[in-house]
Design a protein around this ligand. Sequence first.
Ligand code: SF4
Length: 209
Amino acid sequence: MNENVYKRNELLAQKVIQSLKSRNMTGYYAADKEEALKLALDLIPEKSSVTMGGAMSAHEIGLVDKLKEGDYNFIDRDACEDKRAAMLMAYDADVFLSSANAITEDGVMVNIDGNSNRVSAIAQGPRKVVFIVGMNKVCDDIDGAMKRARNVAAPTNAQRFGLSTPCAKTGSCFNCKSPDTICCQFLITRYSRHEGRIHVILVNDGLGF
Ligand code: SF4
């Protein structure tokens, strides 16, 4: 990463962390993936039940492998035959891992979902939610965050899952109502009612999409 971009991200992260604090959420700055992994593991006590909602960023910092290898009750939805049971277990988990499709400079997160298990678990259920968010996800405001979610995150996810949506074919959003749409639910997280529930690790790197 360009040195000036890195420095700018470092400063911007402090602004986002202050904004999260004003919203009863806790932000952390990680200079790189290794630091992000350490911060995440510090937030997840051993023996915790942990589950996640398709968070590429958690894979990219090596967190998922560590949880699988370590002394955690990692509920691997992909490995469960009963997907519904695995999804329901998420609501009673100690820790839920996620990324954000976008986060604004003033600490509001935007997530879109097709099945909606991810956004519903972010909203309520798991005792703690740990977000791993690359600084590439930071946007000026809600408009920018929604545009990023629909024109960057959604098309890439649609391609990843081989879905038949206009964005998968063209790379941008057509506000579709196709059966495969992944834009069924939009979650805007602007405040946490529960002290100590939402933690956001901002990583000075490009993670996920
Ligand atoms: S509304 Fe449709 S075209 Fe737009 S991002 Fe969502 S799935 Fe893609």
